[in-house]
Design a protein around this ligand. Sequence first.
Ligand SMILES: [Cu+2]
Length: 301
Amino acid sequence: MMRVTTATMRKAAAGFCAVLCLMLLGGAAAADQPHPWQLGFQAAATPITERIHAFHNELLVIICLVSGFVFALLIYVMLRFNHRAHPVPTRTAHNPVIEVLWTVVPVVILVIIAIPSFKLMYYMDRVPDEAMTIKVTGHQWYWQYEYPDQGNFSFNSNLVADKDLKSGQPRLLEVDNPLVIPEKTNIRVQVAGTDVIHSWFVPSFGFQEYAVVGRLNEAWVNVNSVGTYYGECNQICGVNHAFMPIEVKVLSKADFEKWLVDAKKNFSAANEPVDKPAGGAGATQVADAVQAAEPAATGNR
Ligand SMILES: [Cu+2]
């Protein structure tokens, strides 16, 4: 009986260690969009995300050490001071050494956590010598992207409805006009809103800023490599909150310049209304998307 118990405990311990390792390595194993049963973060695509993941891993070590210590203390108390092992309780009420320790040690741990935390926060906040600026505006329920210093054009970015998806395009993440930016470039991203509060969130960029009416929030990105990155509005903003995804195409600098020439022609201010969805696609398309997505969403629940 004892042997079976030990074996089971060993298996459980091995399973726990495996899960812990997966959590620690999760950041490195994922891709630029979420996957079913994914554990850990999406892969880091900017220096900010790399630092966020490193900070997360440091915290995980501290959390495990603290939890392990508390767990060991509990086991010790249960074994050493149960009524059979210790039938006559002491009447100890105070112990200055222990009281100072259990106050000072947590404070020291919090300070150890606070230093890298503040460093990271200021690193994320300060835009380093930006080469260009992008303005993101949240609307109910689509995003508008402006390029104020690259020809001052803008366009709207609407969800591609399920029925219009081409093979390989991810459902509820694909948009008609993705944001296009060059790789390895410091880009100031300003975020504002026109109706309710939205939030522009791209996990692999480590970027999340609220889109608030009358307020200009900003942060920055510098994407390490070309590719397509997805995110979503992550502030509950109304009935179509789930249908205003973010798609960012990161191109090489040369390809971005080529795209810019076409984009200036296609999205000139004259033919692109600022506060209405592009080409009349938006409203109907979102309504279609809601209709198309509803049965599937209900099915998932
Ligand atoms: Cu929103």
